[in-house]
Design a protein around this ligand. Structure first.
Ligand SMILES: [Zn+2]
Length: 227
């Protein structure tokens, strides 16, 4: 099971996709979802665990700051970001560009040197001045988010146990059939039910951890989804 949920990357991210230039920056959202493993780069929440959080495109150098207007569709300036972080970040940009403080992003910074997820209490702990600035501005330790992280980890623990138990029941079922204690029809019906439960549990784990693969990009043409 993926236990890296909510953890900040330990190395800088090098972009792997090179989408062509689109007229609308929103078109890059699908690329960014793949590029950043469907997780908000700032608060580390996977989009699949909160489908109503309105994930979208963040302009690191804000599009609302006149001198960055030309970067509105520059892929290198775009990040995958949840609605909360996006609106809290807004047009933030340091007056003193030499010293900052800057919000940390995964391409220019080693995120884990600035912020760290504490699985014990669900909090994002700060490890640098920029990390502290990011945590304060984006309210990374907002009570509801901390609780969400804690309950997600708990749900993952429970689902892992459930999955082990379902696999165990499956093994017992084959043994019952091998020992001629149940008919093939009963075996098949129960197996079908168990497989359905295993699939649902797998999907739940994938949604909570953000490991469910996003829809493939090849279904895009000229920036428009074909399906
Ligand atoms: Zn976020």
């Amino acid at each position: 099971m993926n236990i890296t949920v909510f953890q900040y990357p330990k190395s800088k991210h090098t972009r792997s996709l090179t989408p062509r230039l689109f007229k609308r920056y929103q078109t890059y959202k699908r690329y960014l979802q793949h590029e950043f493993s469907r997780t908000c780069v700032y608060c580390r929440q996977p989009d699949s665990s909160a489908p109503n959080l309105n994930f979208g495109v963040d302009h690191y150098k804000p599009k609302g700051v006149a001198k960055f207007a030309h970067l509105v569709c520059d892929y290198q300036n775009l990040y995958y970001c949840c609605g909360s972080c996006n609106s809290r970040k807004n047009n933030d940009w340091p007056v003193n560009e030499k010293d900052g403080p800057y919000i940390v992003n995964p391409c220019d910074y080693i995120m884990s040197q600035h912020l760290r997820f504490d699985a014990g209490n669900g909090m994002m702990t700060v490890r640098s001045k920029f990390g502290e600035y990011t945590e304060e501005l984006l309210l990374l330790n907002d009570h509801t988010q901390v609780e969400f992280r804690k309950t997600t980890l708990h749900a993952l623990k429970l689902t892992a146990k459930e999955l082990a138990s379902l696999q165990d029941q499956k093994a017992q079922l084959s043994k019952l059939l091998a020992d001629h204690k149940i008919t093939a029809a009963v075996h098949d019906a129960e197996l079908n039910e168990l497989n359905n439960e295993i699939n649902l549990t797998d999907t739940l784990i994938q949604n909570l951890t953000g490991t469910k693969p996003p829809l493939p990009l090849k279904k895009m043409r000229f920036g428009v989804a074909l399906s």
